[in-house]
Design a protein around this ligand. Sequence first.
Ligand code: HSE
Length: 419
Amino acid sequence: MKTNNKLVLGFFGFGVVGEGVYKVIGQTPSLSARIKKVCIKNPDKPRNAPRELFTTDANELLNDPEINIIVEMINDSDAAFNIVSTAMKNGKNVVSASKKMIAEHLPELLALQKETGLSLLYEAACCASIPVIRNLEEYYDNDLLHSISAVVNGSTNYILSKMFEEKLTFKNALLQAQQLGFAESDPTLDVDGYDALNKWTFLLTHAYGIIPEKGQLVFTGIQNINEQDAAVGAQKDCVIRLTAYAKKLKTGKVAAFVLPRFVKQDDLLAFIKNEFNGVVIESSFADKQFFYGKGAGSYPTASAVLSDISALRYGYKYEYKKLYHHEQGVLTNDFFVKVYVGFTDWKYVRKDEFESVEEWNSNNKVNYLVGIIHFKKLFQSDWWKKNGVSLVLTSDPIIESLDVVRLKKRSLELAGYTG
Ligand code: HSE
């Protein structure tokens, strides 16, 4: 592998992540990387770095032949895509932390990497400090990977932890997540599940060779989750986690989504609290593995950017093995899920869409059902996302075929257990 000892960096962005990377590079002399220029939008903002480092002219970096790595850490995903594509066309390798940009432009970014032969690395864009992309890319063979369940958004996990374990209000928990620098500048991206969806979009490419199209993945966030949902979960010995999930079904196709889920107290996902992220991978031979670490914040995100910069010294590139060298995975909505649905009024729930309802509570205090619904029904409608309704997957949500459920019910009936 080609080794490049001279790393000359051009930064875009000097916010929570950019400043963090600036500091960690200063503390890592062994990397021998030099930051030549930092492009920022607002020149009047005070910065904790020498003034002469900054410019507002993107071309100063993009056209500088000495800069061989562009490190892109800005919020605006359209501008980020322009920067990344121009940099690569100008012969520069790129490290990016822009999950939204990567999710929105995945096909173009794949094409750019092919055309230019250059490297685009983005480990920081999903789960920050946890090296999940490189692990999925390098370590796991497509056929062996049964499922991945993950908490990939630190802010929502922080809010859920603070609300239900420390009894903070939603507003205060969100405010703290913002003050600590975990939340997006538009926190709806976190709360309504868009950020987790973006991360899951490209993680599916590295895990299963899938490039989800816009609108193809079912998702929501924690915007409707309330005290009742947490209390019902607690009765079932569960906590709620916004879970990104993918599973290879018996048909060979892949079920994938981002939805709130009840997880048992002894489940590894329940162990993930506050701004931490975690990924549980199940594979044929290794069985279950758990990756855990900080998924947001300045230094944890900077650590992943640093690792990508360092990997470029050795010419590291994502090979997209599952996409180019294996049989590509195919997404399916053809399966059933067991869900809890909390509601403020019965009229909001489409009961006729359920295959069966096994729990039903509706009185002045608690209003919810637990039932089985075809996943296609969730894909086709959004009643379950609207105000007054909160949908939470049960702890073992996927049912591949109802025959198994029917057989189990029949055997219980024969044994005299059910009415
Ligand atoms: N807003 C994101 C989160 C930041 O809370 O996970 C890290 O990607």
